[in-house]
Design a protein around this ligand. Structure first.
Ligand SMILES: Cc1ncc(COP(=O)(O)O)c(C=O)c1O
Length: 350
């Protein structure tokens, strides 16, 4: 007799990208963090956290942060939920909507956590394969009739966004909830926030981990009609965001100029990096995010990943069908990108 449910025994669990200890001398281009510092206003808010605010339980609705989100993005507070990273909001959605007999549907490959969360709920999973250009397999997604349908846009690891008209069609033809995971939207030309107003089954997720340079803070948010938000509130932990995080997140969200400035730098460097890697013979998929998916000329991605790692440069290699010959590389500073390109050039000749 096991302590655990049969589906928990069966699953392997989510394996996060490597996180070397603080201070380790590495160029870290493996988990899509922002290479630039967070807003000075956010840092000041962190310094000004009062011991008194730590003595008491925090606001269960993270009101200060959600009001900032409402002001910046133009939604009433009842349309917004805060999470301990957008991962936590994904957990809430799965807890509220997924169980045996209620399919979880998404195009594949994408964010691996979706499968893990479905396995925890013992929900059936329908992974609809992308084609080689990562076009959205719209018809098949609709036909799978998901209780939850998830689309990361920009998608990871491919980096591309999907036209709002396609996502609109998906939502209009799907009875279940449609989650548009916009973790990387701050680096993209388009997003699906308008769909939240138009379609009652759409939930858009955002995070401070990427555009706002606050992956260590753990703050994400979801925007949807109040009916969806109310249901997610029922399954969330009461005090899911701590008092310090609420204050820092609010300040970071208010400082859109800082976030946008960093995003512009990343977008410029992304273009240079893509060009440099193309010149080395890599196939480069067009990216609207802060990383790029590339295929080395000989497809020997694992060798290059290990070669870079031995030089202290971390990129992401996925031991997964359709990805084994590719690398996902976060866009770093121009200096970091140049070191990466120099090392790849050397490894290709080796
Ligand atoms: C597509 C996607 N969604 C969500 C997340 C999780 O972000 P957070 O740090 O807000 O939990 C990530 C993180 O890498 C991601 O790639």
């Amino acid at each position: 007799m096991s302590y655990f449910r049969a589906n928990i025994e069966r699953m392997t669990g989510y394996k996060p990208g490597e996180q070397p200890p603080a201070g380790a001398k590495v160029i870290k281009l493996n988990t899509n963090e922002n290479p630039y510092p967070p807003s000075p206003e956010a840092v000041r808010a962190l310094r000004e956290v009062l011991p008194e605010s730590l003595r008491r339980y925090p606001d269960p609705f993270a009101g200060q942060a959600c009001r900032a989100i409402g002001r910046v993005f133009g939604f009433p507070q009842e349309w917004i939920i805060a999470g301990n990273g957008s991962d936590e909001i994904l957990s809430m959605v799965f807890r509220a909507c997924a169980e045996p007999g209620r399919p979880v549907v998404y195009p594949f490959p994408t964010y691996v956590l979706y499968r893990t969360l479905a396995e925890i709920q013992d929900a059936p999973v329908v992974e609809v394969p992308f084609d080689d250009d990562y076009n959205l397999p719209l018809e098949k997604l609709i036909a799978a009739r998901g209780a939850i349908t998830l689309v990361a846009s920009p998608n990871s690891p491919s980096g591309n966004t999907f036209p709002a008209a396609f996502l609109d069609e998906l939502a209009s033809q799907t009875q279940g909830i449609v989650v548009i995971d916009e973790a990387y939207a701050d680096f993209a030309r388009e997003n699906a926030l308008d769909l939240v107003r138009k379609r009652e089954n759409v939930l858009v997720l955002r995070t401070l981990s990427k555009g706002y340079s606050l992956a260590g803070l753990r703050f994400g948010f979801g925007i949807a009609r109040p009916g969806i938000i109310e249901a997610l509130m029922k399954v969330k932990d009461s005090y899911n965001i701590d008092a310090a995080v609420i204050a820092v997140a609010a300040a970071a969200i208010e400082d859109q100029a800082h976030k946008n400035g960093n995003a512009e730098k990343v977008i410029r460097s992304r273009a240079v990096l893509a060009e440099d890697l193309s010149r080395l013979g890599f196939r480069v998929w067009p990216s609207q995010s802060n990383f790029i998916l590339v295929r080395p000329p000989a497809g020997d991605a694992e060798r290059l990943y290990l070669g870079l790692k031995s030089e202290g440069i971390l990129v992401r290699w996925f031991d997964q069908e359709s990805l084994r010959d590719k690398l996902r590389i976060s866009v770093g500073t121009d200096e970091q990108n140049n070191i990466l390109v120099r090392n790849l050039s050397r490894l290709l000749k080796a």
